[in-house]
Structures are given as C-alpha cells and as structure tokens.
Design a protein around this ligand. Structure first.
Ligand SMILES: [Zn+2]
Ligand SMILES: [Zn+2]
Length: 383
C-alpha cells in the first residue's frame, strides 16, 4: 500500500514538473509533404487509436495528406488516419523532420511528432517536455557562449512567455508556433549544455507582477544607459516597465551608433507628415540642437507631436534615444542603444551575469516590482 501511495505521489510530482507543450511546426509554410527520421531511440507509430509499428534509429516516415486525412508511409506500408502519432519512449530520444514539398531545412526535436489535418491544413505538431522546448528556444534565439546565469534569466523569460500564451494558437490545434510570432524554436538544444542546466536550475519559475500575474517579458539588445517608458513606444503604460538608469550596458557593442541623413530628406518627412516646416518656422535651433540626456518621447517639443518612434521607423534607426545636429547638408544622429528599450536590456543583463549577479537579481533589476514564482503542487513565491 505504502509503495502504491509513494508511486502515486511520485507520479503527481512527475506530472507537475513534466508539463508538455504542443508546438505547431513550420509556421507560415504551406506544407504538402515531409519526411521524419528517427535520430535516437525507439518510436512507436500510432494511427488514430491503433499502435501500428515500432521504429528505431534511421527509420524514415514519409508524411502527406489525402482527402482531409494524414498519410504516413513507412518501408512501403501506407497508413491513413485523422491523426498520425510518433511516440517517443525515452527523454533523450529525438527525430529529424524536413519538409519535402516545399523543401525546408532539416530540424531536430525531442518528444513526440503528430500529424493532423486541421481546417484543411496539413500540420506537424511537436508534443514536447516544457523544459526541452525552452532549451530549444534559448538556443534558437540566443546562440551559444553566454554566461550560465544569463541563460537562467532567458529561461525565466521564455517560460513566462510560454505559460502566459498557452492558448495563443488554440484555434489552429496547438499551443504555440515555432516562429518569432511566438518564440523561435528551430531545433532541440544541441550545442550548449549550460542552456539545459539553466532551464533545469530554474524549473517551473516564472516572473509575476504585484498581483501575481505572469508578466509580458519585453526585451531588446541594449537600452543605451536608460530604459524606456512603455508609453513612449506603445501608448500604454506597463506597470513593471518604468524608466531607470542602466550602467551595465553602456560600454558594450551596441551602446552607441551614428547615422547621417540628407537634410532635404529629413525636413521633407517632417513637413509632409506633420505639416511643420523647420526652416520657415524658425525651428532650426531646436531641431538641430536636439539633445536627449534623458529619454524623450517627442522630437523638438512635445506640442509639435513628432514621436521619436515614428522617426525611428521611417529612417530605420537603431533606437529613439539620439541627439540631432546639422553638419553641412547632412543631419547627423548620434544615438545610444539598440531596440525599443522597454523591459530587459540583453547586453546589460549579460554584463550583470559576468559581474557575478544571481539570475533573480538580474530579473528584478530590469522589471520593477516583480517577483519570481514557481509553478508547482503549491505555487510558491520564491524571491
Ligand atoms: Zn505563434
Ligand atoms: Zn541597458
């Protein structure tokens, strides 16, 4: 009896920590056919409710669709069903998948592979352990060579995003897609073992606001020394993204930039878009001695209504945090930072990690008034 109870307990705990997530693969690609290959371990082929075959390393499965159903061909045998399911048996089993019409890159995933026809669309879905998914996201988005403590921050952010958006693709029959629309997930983590360690070390942890709700984990490359008010970027406030000074990023790669724009082009845009003629209105001094010691929302003066974010998008600028001067017939923009500046500054966070800060200190530095919470049997506030 005791054994049974401890078995059940183990099962419950295991359930909590082994949450699975369903990822729609090849988002944005209209897939007609694809080939999966068993890369490691043993997979069971299930067609609707029937187990049909056992496949080992090197086995190839060709997928297509016909008459609203999925078709799998394995060694000349053809299986047809509403749902074709390749089930993995061990944690580290993986398969590769490649679109054959249209031809795509080869991808590699842990977990199960499902093929379904959803609303007339032939859709591969990866049903995978949440931690294995997160490790794949961090490697897809960030590459290698970062500090372990920084990877832990990335794990918190990606996990927060995933838990907050589990219903994002509900209508399409899965939870998240594999593109930047959700979080880039091109492969299982293959190269950087410290990413897997970081995901495990933060298991279940997410960032929550003062009401206990998971936050939206905004991030960008470099704030240039001061983070931005969310309302400067999107017109609405975000309680946990308020501006503050960040000295961790000011000597890094993307800390400064310069761009030159022909004066006529600059003035034409201001005239055409906002009806303001800089020259005839005697605004030259204001326009060409424009400084931002602190981040501003508007160019020249707020009452003229020229949002810096509009200039950023029109002229492809790295940030809205720039000064403006005139040199001959060129407008010279000298700027700081790269990205919108709301939330976590990646280069600052990397520097903090190198300087020995704990991942929770980094998360709490960039998001104001938040704390970390672990999803589990009893949700606990941990920091
Ligand atoms: Zn998506
Ligand atoms: Zn910064």
């Amino acid at each position: 009896m005791r054994l049974l109870i401890s078995g059940i307990l183990f099962f419950c705990v295991f359930q909590v920590f082994s949450q699975e997530i369903q990822i729609g693969l090849f988002y944005g690609v209209k897939l007609n056919t694809a080939t999966a290959t068993v890369g490691h371990g043993t997979y069971v082929l299930k067609v609707d409710s029937l187990f049909q075959d056992t496949l080992t390393k090197g086995a190839e499965i060709n997928f297509s669709s016909a008459g609203g159903e999925s078709v799998a061909t394995v060694s000349g045998k053809r299986y047809v069903g509403k749902e074709i399911h390749l089930i993995h048996l061990e944690d580290y089993d993986f398969f590769t998948l490649k679109g054959t019409s249209p031809v795509t890159k080869l991808h590699s995933y842990h977990g199960d592979l499902l093929f379904k026809v959803i609303k007339g669309k032939f859709q591969p879905i990866n049903r995978v352990d949440m931690d294995q998914y997160l490790a794949g996201v961090i490697e897809s988005e960030g590459g290698g060579g970062k500090h372990l403590e920084y990877y832990k921050v990335q794990a918190l952010m990606s996990r927060s995003y995933a838990f907050k958006n589990l219903s994002r693709h509900k209508k399409e029959g899965y939870q998240l897609c594999d593109a930047v629309h959700c979080q880039a997930y091109h492969n299982r983590a293959r190269h950087e073992f410290s990413i897997i360690d970081a995901v495990h070390a933060t298991r279940g942890e997410v960032i929550v606001d003062d009401r206990g709700e998971i936050i939206t984990t905004y991030f960008y490359a470099n704030c240039g020394g001061q983070t931005s008010d969310a309302s400067y970027v999107w017109n609405n406030d975000v309680s946990y993204c308020t501006p503050f000074l960040d000295t961790f990023c000011i000597h890094t790669r993307q800390a400064k930039w310069e761009k030159r724009i022909p004066r006529a082009k600059w003035e034409k845009f201001i005239r055409d878009e906002y009806g303001i003629d800089i020259v005839s209105r005697n605004l030259m001094n204001y326009a060409y001695q424009f400084k931002q010691d602190q981040r501003k929302a508007f160019y020249i003066h707020p009452s003229l209504g020229i949002p810096l974010r509009d200039l950023r998008s029109e002229f492809g600028l790295k940030s809205t945090f720039f000064d403006v001067t005139l040199e001959g017939e060129e407008v010279v923009l000298r700027g700081k930072g790269f990205g919108h500046g709301v939330g976590l500054c990646q280069e600052g966070a990397m520097q903090m990690a190198k300087n020995g800060y704990h991942y929770s200190q980094i998360a709490l530095f960039y998001f104001t008034g938040v704390h970390l919470k672990r999803f589990g049997a009893s949700d606990e506030d941990i920091r």
